[in-house]
Structure formats: C-alpha cells, structure tokens
Design a protein around this ligand. Structure first.
Ligand SMILES: *[C@@H]1O[C@H](CO)[C@@H](O)[C@H](O)[C@H]1NC(C)=O
Ligand SMILES: *[C@@H]1O[C@H](CO)[C@@H](O)[C@H](O)[C@H]1NC(C)=O
Ligand SMILES: *[C@@H]1O[C@H](CO)[C@@H](O)[C@H](O)[C@H]1NC(C)=O
Ligand SMILES: *[C@@H]1O[C@H](CO)[C@@H](O)[C@H](O)[C@H]1NC(C)=O
Ligand SMILES: *[C@@H]1O[C@H](CO)[C@@H](O)[C@H](O)[C@H]1NC(C)=O
Ligand SMILES: *[C@@H]1O[C@H](CO)[C@@H](O)[C@H](O)[C@H]1NC(C)=O
Ligand SMILES: *[C@@H]1O[C@H](CO)[C@@H](O)[C@H](O)[C@H]1NC(C)=O
Ligand SMILES: *[C@@H]1O[C@H](CO)[C@@H](O)[C@H](O)[C@H]1NC(C)=O
Ligand SMILES: *[C@@H]1O[C@H](CO)[C@@H](O)[C@H](O)[C@H]1NC(C)=O
Ligand SMILES: *[C@@H]1O[C@H](CO)[C@@H](O)[C@H](O)[C@H]1NC(C)=O
Ligand SMILES: *[C@@H]1O[C@H](CO)[C@@H](O)[C@H](O)[C@H]1NC(C)=O
Length: 870
C-alpha cells in the first residue's frame, strides 16, 4: 500500500484552501508579522497547516545553503498521524561550519520577537544517529541541540529584541554530526512585555510554559495572538478550577489567551500552597518567571482570595488578589540566580480562599555579550556580496561567532571585530574592482586574483598598498593599462628602513592567507611602492609534509611545542620538521610568531627556515636539518669530546646570532628562550639558535622594554624579568650567561644531586672556596688555557648579574668571547698552572644571587618551555 506522502497531503490541503478561500484569507491576515518557515519543503510551496491554521513558506527566501531532505517514512504520515506537518521534511547543512537563516522582522530594528525552532531527526539520513550542534541567534549562543532518541522533537524558543533590521539564526557544526532544522518561526511581540533587568542586552530562552489546570490539548495560535505554545499541566496535589466565561486579556500586554487563563489550579486545602520546583546544573543560570492570574470564581462580599508568592523563602510578590475574569501578570524584576528554585504561592491570613495559578512561564536569560563585526565593515562586505553576487556561504555576521567567520574572510578579534583579510581569489568575479572595498578600513590583505575583473585597481586601494598598509594581490591585467604603471615606476624607492616593515607585513599576511598557493604563475603581489615582490614557495600542504617526513617516520626531538621529525625534501635536502601538537595550547600563537620571525630574519647563526605548513589545523615548521642535534644533548653525552676551543666557537656562534637579534634587527627581537637545547649544531659543530616560538618583537626601535606574561624555561629565566614582567634584551643575556656556565662546567642549568642547585649558585659557592679547577668540566682534562676560561667565566658572570642594567650587552659579550678564543688559540708553549686562577676577580659586576623559587620549584621542567604563572 502506498503511503500518502506529505506532498499529497499538502495537495489536499491546498484544495481545501481554495474552497475556504475567503475564510482563510481573513485567517492569514491575522498572522501579522509572522514568519513561518517549513525548512526543507519544495520551493514555491506555501501552504496552511490545518492543525494550527498557520501558513508556512519554503526556506528559499531565507537561506542560500543546505539540502532539502524528507524524514524517514516510518516516522512520517500516515505511520505517525500526530506528526506536525512542517516537521516531515528538513534542511540539512553538510557544507560549511556555519549556515544562517536571515529573518527580517516586519518592523525591523527595535522590535521584540519570539523565535522558535523545531528539530526532528527521524532518521532522515538513514544513519540512525542524531547529531548535536549549536544554534546561534546572531553571534550569541542560543541553544545546544541534542536528541535523546531519533524520534524526539526538540523545540526551543527565544525572546529577543532585534538590534538591526535583520536577525540571523545560525546552525553551527561542532563536529558531532550534520546540523539540520525542521521549522523556524518568528512572532512579533509587544515591546513592553517580557522585560528583564538587562534590557536589550539579554534574550530569554524558554524553559517552561504551562497552561495550569488544563488536562489535554496544546494551545497556541490562533487563540494566542503571539502564537506561544502552552503545555497543559496539573499536579496531582492540585485541584483544577476553571470558568466557562471568557477572561478579558486586552488590557494586559501579555495577552495570555482566554482559553489558557480560564483554567487554573488551587491547593487541595484552603491553607495549602501551590509549589513550583525546578533545578538546573548551572548555578549561574538566571531565571525569570512570568505568572498569569485571573479570578475564575465569583466570590461573595465576605469572601476573598489573597496570596503571597515567595521564591526560595524570600517574598517575591504579594499580596495579590486577581480580579474576576481579568488577566493579571507578574514577573520578578531581578533574575532568580541559582541551581535550585522553589516558588510557593500561599494565601494570606485574611484570605477566605486558597491561592490560584492560571498560567506560568519560566525563561532563562542569556546575555548578548559576544561582539559583532564593526558595522562599517559589515556594510562594506554586504556590499561586496551583492555587487559580485557572491554565492559562497556568506550569511550571518561576517566575523562571528568566533572561529566561524565567512569563508575567505579573516578578522581581528581584538577590541572590535574588524575584517583584516578578504580572499576573493578564483571566484569567477566579473566587472570592475569597486571603490567601496576601500571602506574596509582595517583590511590588510585583499586577494582578487584568478577572476575576470576588468579595469584597474582603484586609486584609494593602490595608495594603501603603497603606504604598506594593504597587501594587494591581483591579476596583472588589473594593475596596468593606460600607463598607470609607468607613472608608478617613476617613483624612486629609496626607503630602505621601511622595506623591512613592508616585508614583515607581507609575512604576517602570508600566514593569514592560506589559499595562495594555487595558480602562482599569474599572481602578482603588489607591495610597498608598487614593487612586485615574488614569494618563493614556502608553504606546504599537510600531504607534502607527510611525504617529506615519510609519514612522520623518524622522530628526532620533542619540545613543549610538539615533536620534531626528520625528512627529505624533493631535492634530497635533509630537513627537520617541527609539528605543532594539537594539544599544545600555546601552539598556534607561537607558531605564528615563529613563522613571522623566521621569514623576516636571516643570519648564519639562526636556524634557517625552509617553509611551513598551515593546512587546516595542521601546523608544522620546516628547518634545515642540523645533524649534530642540540647543545644540551651534546653536552650531556658523557662520551662527547668537546674541546674548550669548540665550546668557545659554539658560544661565539650563538652570541653572534643573539647579537643580530638584539642589535641587527629593527625593531629588536628578544628570543626569550635561550637555552642549550635551543642551540643546534651543524655538521662541523657550527651553532645556530632555534625556536623563536616565544620571541618578542619590540613595537618600536626605541622601546626599551615590553611588558609581557613571563615566559621562558626554568633555570634560564632572568629573575628580574620574572619579578618585574618587563622584558628587555638583557633577559636573553642572562640566559646566555647560563649557557656559558654550562659550557664551562659541563653541568646543566639546574644541577640535581642531593639537593637541587642552580649552576650560578654552584659556581659561586665553588669560587668562594677559591677552586676554579673544580668548576671546569672534568672532561676537558686541563686541555685549555686557564686565562681563556677565566675570562669566559667573567663574561658569564657579567651576563648573569641580577640587575639587568649592570648586565653586559651582547655586543660586549661577543667582543669578549672573541678575545677568549684568541687567548685559547694562542695558548702554547707554556700553559699557566691552574692554581694561578686565584687572583681571578669579577670585574665590576657583582653577582648577588637572588634565587627565587623558580629555580627549585621547577626541577622537572628544564626541557619544557613553560609559561610560569606568578
Ligand atoms: C519529499 O517527499 C515529497 C513527496 O514524496 C517529494 O515530492 C519531495 O521531492 C521529497 N523531498 C526530498 C528532498 O526528497
Ligand atoms: C524519545 O525521547 C523523548 C524525550 O526524552 C521521550 O519523551 C520519548 O518517549 C522518547 N521516544 C522513544 C521512542 O523512545
Ligand atoms: C537600531 O535601533 C537603535 C535604537 O533603537 C539604534 O541605536 C541602532 O543604531 C539601530 N541599529 C541599526 C543597525 O539600525
Ligand atoms: C479535553 O478535555 C475537555 C474537558 O476537560 C473536553 O471537553 C475535550 O473534549 C477534551 N479534548 C480532547 C481533544 O480530548
Ligand atoms: C502593548 O501593551 C501595552 C500594555 O501593556 C498596550 O498599551 C499597547 O497598546 C500594546 N502595544 C501594541 C502594539 O499592542
Ligand atoms: C534536580 O533535582 C532532582 C531531585 O532532587 C535530581 O534528581 C536531579 O538530578 C536534579 N537535576 C539537576 C539538573 O540538578
Ligand atoms: C458570608 O455571608 C453569607 C450571607 O451573607 C453567610 O451565609 C455566610 O456564612 C458568610 N460566610 C462567611 C465565611 O462569613
Ligand atoms: C504577604 O506579603 C505581605 C507584604 O509583603 C506581608 O505583609 C504579609 O505578612 C505576607 N503574608 C504572609 C502570610 O506571608
Ligand atoms: C557571555 O556570557 C556567558 C555566560 O552568560 C559566558 O559563558 C561567556 O564566556 C560570555 N562571553 C563573553 C565574550 O563575555
Ligand atoms: C576557537 O578556536 C580555538 C582554537 O582552535 C579554540 O581554542 C576556541 O575554543 C575556539 N572558540 C570557539 C568559540 O569555538
Ligand atoms: C568558474 O567558471 C568555470 C567555467 O565556467 C567553472 O568551471 C568553475 O566551476 C567556476 N568556478 C567557480 C568558483 O564558480
């Protein structure tokens, strides 16, 4: 037997609709301002649901994305005769992580609306697995949609003031199944009702709405002009009470239907009370209770019904004495906050009758605290959308909710949400490049390449690209015609200093701009002064990284950031690939810092950078491979024979790298994590500094310090920086001093013997006993020039004084170390006996040791880079 399909059922209704034309028209007109969407129904299929009298529209006018589906027939009509018609089909969103309906309330901005969404999974996809996803009202979380079984109908309602002419209802994919929606409704309310102390800054999500005293049948439109859905409710300990007369609800903005308020309940004894109890898991939940009363019994002259309402024992309202056949509504003015709630309605002493309750609504307030995109940016991008007829999933707020910005749009999430990157490449766009792109004032990257755009880049945009504030990527044909390029070429480009900053900008943008790798041939990037900068390939896909590392076969190191693997590039070059661990919370920021820096700075003694991978959530950095590992490993290997000369050369190399960061880079860079494990050794034990994940770039050339969260590695962390949080380049000098001490002594920064002691502490106490020989690494076996070692020790002490102002600079350190090497190289013929070192002194640098708890608390942390909470 054939099931009667929804379509057929709708057809019948449509036939009925024509027969009842006049009546239905009048009916429809009363649904003033209603928006009723039967999500997933065939296009052009408007129909009236005979159960409710509500006219539903298909969703085409409200959303551009998604796929229509029908629920599985076993849950559909006629197998399920009670199924509300709009729920027999649905719209599902397998593509994009945010899909939004755009609703336009009839009276637009400033109107209060009730919005309701229905979800019935009913195994529409044959997977028998209902999804879980989030529902947003604009950028604020409204509800998390979950199902207890495949046939459950989930309904959620929210009351909210529109703050614009449009409202966006967005379904956000949480990775727990494909979002879908069955029906969506908007009902305008009277602005004077459902107020909270938060005004327009909060929405109310329905918790419960009860028609007390009614035993059967759900009420809604058209009894209720606002189409609220009232569930019948009566407690077994209550007595129903009702009237057959109509109750006047016109003078009350809540307009609780007479049908609803005609019925009520009273306690079974006159002295009894009506108790409403509920609870939630979240103790910060804020509840609003709207109680509706009407007297339904005609009371005699000497009779009265008077009652008080309390919440968890504290008075809420009262005494109340509802008027006969008139609706009265009350609500709490301050939110009821907490997990457990109990409302008691009890008669006052002078009342002859027990209390009554006719209807009640309980809502939870949700603060609208998430920011929306800066409105000028929203307007400009909406303009882009309409002008180009962009068919991407561009709906809802362009930047929010956080992490769910429009495809190709990147935003800054600082004080205000601004669009900083717009990638319109390869979109088949036609027509001229419009001036209004200029209205996106915070835009730093605009990519228009791979389109059929005509004409040249408007001047306003060109100017911004020339002053370095915008990186523009366009097809070459849009750059020049009519000699505009020639004119540009006349501009002399002598500004060398700003070149670096343009390059920084370029690099920053490369990072946020993920999809630039295709079609490189036609791409032109217009940098500062209209110069054409060509970028060498440095971004790799995850697939390429898998290939390079032969599926992460050889692990060569591990850090706070993730694991380091060995790999081969296509040309056979060996590389080290640092793969960002997904669990590393600091990861993405460090990753970005490091890519920015590595692409900007190049020095013989800084780890050289091959490229990076930023593919979805897969992040990796590719460096030149350093076959001798890091200095820490090398030093801790008891069998390694590292001569004093080699140690000095390593120290010199590292010092050169640091000196370049501090004095060669403009603005200067502080590495913040100088330590032996970040000094890598090449084939000939040439040293390079690596791991710029924590590095900090000063904002200006003249800045002397930046205030930051203290980051670094225990044992190397400058105590002054730790206590003041003011980061200067002297913090690196301190850490470098510790490295020098490790080179001299062969001991780690934190020495763990019977008691844990810092290498500075240890060296100082040994020196107090006047025994320099005991300090020097035993593996050196006196094969060194003692003056060279002494001078190096002085340098180390000059680096590690507790007051940063007294500390040496890297330039000084570099010059001194060169002399140390010279002394060592000219050690010859007669080596001074070690005992001579007695007259060694600390220069003018006093090294008072301020050993705070960081040295001893962090015993197990010396190989892990950790933010140290104070
Ligand atoms: C849903 O069922 C109706 C009637 O059988 C049919 O016309 C419609 O095309 C179906 N919709 C989808 C998306 O399969
Ligand atoms: C599905 O879950 C709802 C809500 O928990 C419940 O009322 C209903 O009885 C359940 N249906 C089945 C078939 O389990
Ligand atoms: C909406 O109306 C409020 C005042 O009612 C006004 O401040 C706000 O600017 C309006 N917003 C828009 C987008 O029109
Ligand atoms: C609901 O109950 C009322 C009496 O309380 C009765 O008159 C009415 O017929 C019932 N409706 C249905 C649909 O059962
Ligand atoms: C809203 O309700 C108030 C009473 O609370 C009433 O005076 C006003 O006319 C109502 N507005 C509309 C548009 O119905
Ligand atoms: C609410 O209270 C009942 C009974 O005390 C308890 O079983 C239930 O777990 C509570 N629910 C929540 C959400 O706290
Ligand atoms: C109320 O008044 C009526 C008649 O006036 C009387 O019969 C009745 O006892 C009175 N009831 C009470 C509670 O006083
Ligand atoms: C009812 O409330 C009024 C006003 O808050 C108070 O004076 C009275 O004592 C209360 N009565 C009872 C029985 O709680
Ligand atoms: C908004 O408020 C909710 C709780 O009401 C909170 O969980 C969330 O973190 C807040 N968001 C912002 C951006 O303040
Ligand atoms: C946004 O993404 C980041 C990193 O993926 C995550 O830590 C954060 O929780 C996300 N925020 C939201 C609101 O989903
Ligand atoms: C652009 O147009 C070509 C040819 O008409 C088509 O194959 C391609 O899918 C289009 N691309 C987009 C993104 O619309």
């Amino acid at each position: 037997m054939m099931n009667m399909s929804k379509q057929k059922r709708k057809m019948e209704i449509v036939v009925g609709f024509f027969l009842l034309l006049s009546a239905t028209l009048a009916h429809g007109q009363r649904q003033t301002g209603f928006i009723s969407i039967d999500c997933g129904s065939p296009s052009n299929f408007n129909y009236e649901d005979t159960d409710t009298g509500i006219t539903y529209s298909p969703d085409g006018a409200f959303i551009e994305t998604g796929i229509n589906r029908n629920i599985s027939s076993e849950y559909a009509y006629p197998n399920n005769l009670n199924l509300p018609l709009p729920l027999s089909d649905l719209r599902t969103f397998p593509q994009g992580n945010k899909n939004c309906y755009t609703l336009k309330p009839a009276d637009g901005n400033g109107t209060k609306n009730l919005i309701r969404a229905f979800f019935l999974y009913a195994n529409y996809d044959g997977e028998n697995k209902p999804p879980e996803f989030d529902l947003y009202l604009d950028v604020n979380l409204w509800y998390t949609v979950k199902f207890s079984n495949v046939s459950e109908i989930v309904t959620t309602e929210i009351i909210s003031m529109a703050l614009k002419d449009t409202i966006h209802i967005c379904l956000v994919d949480k990775g727990l199944g494909t979002p879908f929606i069955s029906a969506l409704e908007l009902r305008p309310l009277n602005n004077s009702v459902y107020d909270t102390e938060f005004g327009i800054d909060a929405s109310l999500v329905l918790f419960e709405r009860l028609d007390i005293g009614k035993t059967n049948g759900t009420g809604r439109y058209e009894d209720d002009v606002y189409d609220r859905i009232w569930s019948p409710y009566i407690s077994t300990t209550w007595d129903p009470i009702s009237t057959s007369s109509a109750v006047n609800n016109y003078e009350n903005g809540y307009r609780v239907p007479s049908e609803v308020i005609k019925t009520g309940a009273k306690p079974q004894t006159t002295d009894g009370s009506l108790e409403l109890k509920w609870n939630t898991t979240d103790s910060s939940s804020r509840f609003y209770v709207y109680m509706h009363f009407a007297e339904v019994e005609e009371l005699g002259r000497n009779q009265s019904r008077k009652f008080n309402v309390t919440w968890n024992g504290t008075p809420l309202f009262g005494p109340l004495s509802p008027r006969y056949l008139y609706a009265t509504s009350v609500s709490n003015s301050r939110a009821l906050v907490g997990k457990d709630h109990q409302i008691s309605i009890r008669k006052t002493e002078d009342s002859t009758h027990p209390p009554i309750l006719n209807a009640v609504e309980i809502y939870m307030a949700k603060q609208k605290n998430e920011s929306q995109t800066y409105s000028d940016d929203t307007d400009a991008i909406e303009n882009v959308k309409t002008t180009y007829g962009i068919v991407k999933n561009w709906a809802g707020d362009p930047c929010g909710p956080k992490n769910f910005s429009w495809e190709g749009v990147k935003c800054s999430h600082n004080s205000s949400l601004r669009i900083i990157s717009l990638d319109l490449s390869n979109n088949n766009l036609t027509g001229p490049i419009p001036e209004f792109l200029e209205d996106l004032k915070s835009l730093k990257l605009l990519s228009l390449k791979g389109n059929q755009l005509s004409g040249v880049v408007p001047n306003a945009l060109l100017e911004r690209s020339e002053d370095g504030s915008l990186l523009l990527s366009v097809d070459s044909r849009n750059l020049c015609n009519s000699g505009s390029c020639k004119k540009k070429k006349n501009i002399v480009t002598p500004i060398v200093a700003s070149l670096a900053s343009a390059f920084v900008l370029l690099i920053v943008l490369i990072i946020i701009w993920k999809q630039t790798r295709k079609k490189k041939s036609e791409e032109v990037i217009l940098g500062q002064q209209g110069r054409h900068v060509s970028i060498k390939k440095s971004q790799y896909s995850y697939a390429e990284v898998v290939e390079i590392t032969e599926n992460f076969q050889t692990e060569i190191g591990k850090g706070g950031f993730g694991v380091v693997y060995h790999g081969y590039m296509k040309d056979g070059t060996q590389v080290a690939i640092k793969r960002l661990s997904p669990s590393s919370s600091q990861g993405p920021r460090e990753f970005q810092t490091e890519v920015e820096l590595l692409m900007r700075i190049h020095h013989r003694n800084l780890a050289s950078f091959v490229g990076y991978c930023d593919d979805g959530n897969k992040l990796a950095l590719i460096y030149e491979y350093m076959p001798n590992g890091n200095l820490k490993q090398y030093l801790s290997d008891k069998s390694s024979q590292l001569s004093w000369e080699m140690r000095l050369r390593i120290a010199l190399d590292a010092a050169q790298g640091l000196e370049y960061l501090h004095h060669g880079c403009k603005p200067p860079v502080v590495h913040r994590d100088v330590k032996t494990s970040n000094i890598l050794l090449g084939e000939n034990l040439d040293a390079k500094i690596a791991d710029f994940g924590l590095s900090k770039v000063f904002a200006n050339d003249n800045d002397t310090h930046v205030e930051t969260t203290v980051m670094g590695t225990a044992g190397y962390l400058d105590p002054e920086y730790y206590s003041s949080q003011k980061l200067t380049e002297k913090s690196d000098v301190y850490s470098f001093g510790v490295v020098l001490l490790e080179l001299i002594t062969g001991q780690p920064a934190i020495i763990k013997t019977d008691e844990t002691v810092h290498v500075i502490q240890w060296v100082s106490s040994e020196l107090e006993q006047g025994d320099i020989k005991s300090i020097v690494d035993q593996r050196l076996q006196e094969n060194f020039d003692v003056n060279s070692v002494c001078k190096t020790l002085e340098v180390a002490m000059a680096c590690t004084t507790s007051h940063s102002q007294q500390r040496a600079t890297m330039s000084y350190v570099l010059a001194e170390l060169k002399q140390c090497l010279e002394i060592e190289l000219s050690k010859d013929i007669e080596r001074a006996p070690i005992r001579q070192a007695h007259n060694f002194h600390f220069h003018s640098y006093s090294s008072t040791l301020e050993l705070s708890s960081i040295y001893t608390d962090s015993v197990n942390m010396d190989s892990v880079t950790t933010p140290l909470a104070r």
